[in-house]
Design a protein around this ligand. Structure first.
Ligand SMILES: [Zn+2]
Length: 248
């Protein structure tokens, strides 16, 4: 048997929020917000509609913020690449235009604002992506390692652990992380999209965690001792243009 569905709407401040009430043999009343902004509520047949509306009304602030988040995520969808000539890739804050060329061996080379991707004639989008991903990882490793050396220099008078391992991983919820006990720092491949001063600030942030594992006052004091305008430098990372919280 199909579930009975009732359409309705509740008022959340200035906004009229549509909802769908789905009658199902469920124990609790469940609510989620769909990508089109509609709230979907499932409730058992015996729960009065007025009671459902009352609960929705009580949760209206949560519903509105969920709707807002979904709207923002839609804007922040990462670009879908087919790895064809003319597509843009952001590297160290600069937009580079991809130029696909036929040749062997496969390679990627940056020249000014162009990124030359050389692949065999019959290459598929998947193969082109694999080549680009390899280049992205190698470039991340090289650039972040350079920033790490600079961080070590800046913190030369502090007791950093020996043999720090630097890892690069595709992370969408953070720019970097540090496990002080294991002497490991990890950076997101997305960090390569940001300008060099942001890369430096993030790398330094993770290195300072070897001295102060938390985000205490002492942590920020140390960070600002070496980069006095740390907060301004990392402001850009909070802007929507550099959001890594992609809806993936
Ligand atoms: Zn931190």
């Amino acid at each position: 048997m199909e579930n009975a569905v009732v359409r309705g709407s509740i008022r959340c401040g200035e906004i009229q929020m549509p909802y769908l009430l789905v009658r199902k043999p469920v124990k609790n009343i469940n609510i989620h917000v769909r990508t089109d902004g509609t709230a979907v509520v499932s409730a058992a047949e015996w729960v009065p509609a007025a009671e459902v509306e009352h609960i929705l009304q009580k949760k209206s602030r949560f519903l509105l913020s969920a709707r807002e988040r979904i709207k923002q995520c839609a804007v922040l969808q990462p670009p879908v690449h087919q790895y064809e000539s003319g597509e843009q890739f952001r590297v160290l804050g600069q937009m580079l235009t991809l130029q696909v060329q036929t040749g062997f061996p496969a390679s990627v080379q940056r020249q000014g604002a162009a990124l030359f991707l050389r692949v065999p004639a019959e290459s598929t989008a998947k193969k082109r992506k694999a080549q680009m991903d390899r280049w992205l990882r190698d470039t991340c490793q090289a650039i972040f390692t350079q920033a790490a050396l600079q961080a070590q220099d800046l913190l030369a008078d502090r007791c950093l652990p020996q043999n720090i391992t630097l890892r690069v991983r595709r992370m969408i919820s953070r720019w970097g992380s540090c496990i002080p006990t294991k002497h490991v720092v990890t950076f997101s491949t997305h960090l390569l999209e940001t300008p060099a001063f942001c890369v430096q600030a993030v790398v330094l942030h993770e290195y300072v965690h070897f001295l102060h594992p938390d985000h205490s006052r002492a942590f920020y004091a140390e960070l600002e001792r070496v980069i006095p305008d740390y907060r301004q430098q990392t402001q850009l990372l909070k802007s929507p243009a550099y959001a890594v919280f992609y809806n993936e």
